[in-house]
Design a protein around this ligand. Structure first.
Ligand code: CU
Length: 246
């Protein structure tokens, strides 16, 4: 009775994890909290039982206490209870994982993410000419709208890389010859750092990037800016090429 009253105004602590900046990351975070609380409760019960056994059954004399063998009830209990605990944790994990990896019907922005030694390319197929590339010395930034469903198509040009944004509580392989897809629903605007999580060669540690979540209208003006500046640089290159020909 006292525990809920005393803890009523508290927030469950994060237990060292990120609270999740995407709805998917928040689902993973809730699972983490649940696992941690389950671990604390079970650890507490086991600890108290050990303490009780140690104190209650201390050596009092040299006579050996009654020896119990093949106690069927106890043996069934200590087999069935852990199986039940694992089954419950499995069920919660199954539900949470399905939520995190669910591909929604109505994605709003698609980004083709290509990992390569050692950098990232973010290409926006819905906005022709919009593409961001970055390498070791200059980490690229993926700009996306907050509050919308972002579909990521993740590929690799060479070896296995990992797309990981810590605050999203999510990591995904970028595999050569395979396209992995997942959704991100970023809750708030902001900048979130990301990195490659597979040891992919010499400059793996410099394979960084960031995700900048902006408002949908800021995103629209960003895409317009990008396609304008990209087509300007392409036409400049064409002019140079034409000069070279003459
Ligand atoms: Cu890498």
């Amino acid at each position: 009775m006292l525990v809920p009253v005393v803890l009523g105004g508290c927030q469950i602590p994060s237990f060292g994890a990120y609270r999740g900046s995407t709805t998917q990351g928040q689902t993973a975070f809730k699972l983490w909290q649940g696992f941690f609380i389950a671990g604390l409760v079970i650890g507490g019960i086991v600890g108290l039982l050990i303490l009780w056994a140690v104190l209650r059954y201390r050596k009092k004399s040299d006579t050996i206490p009654p020896q119990t063998q093949y106690h069927r009830v106890i043996e069934i209990a200590y087999t069935v209870i852990p199986i039940l605990i694992v089954a419950v944790l499995f069920a919660f994990t199954f539900v949470a994982e399905n939520k995190v990896t669910a591909i929604s019907e109505g994605e709003q922005v698609t980004v083709n993410v290509t990992a390569f030694q050692w950098g990232w390319e973010f290409q926006y197929p819905q906005y022709s000419g919009v593409k961001v590339i970055g390498i070791e010395t200059q980490a690229p930034q993926m700009v996306v709208p907050a509050g919308e469903t972002i579909r990521i198509f993740l590929r690799s040009n060479d070896v296995i890389h990992g797309f990981y944004v810590p605050q999203f509580n999510y990591s995904e392989y970028a595999q050569p010859g395979r396209t992995n897809q997942f959704d991100l629903n970023i809750v708030h605007t902001g900048v979130y750092r990301g990195q490659c999580t597979q040891f992919c060669g010499l400059y793996h540690s410099l394979m960084l990037f960031s995700v900048r979540a902006v408002t949908p209208s800021q995103f629209q003006s960003w895409t317009q800016q990008q396609s304008a500046s990209n087509s300007a640089s392409i036409s400049a290159l064409k002019k140079q090429a034409a000069k070279g020909d003459s």
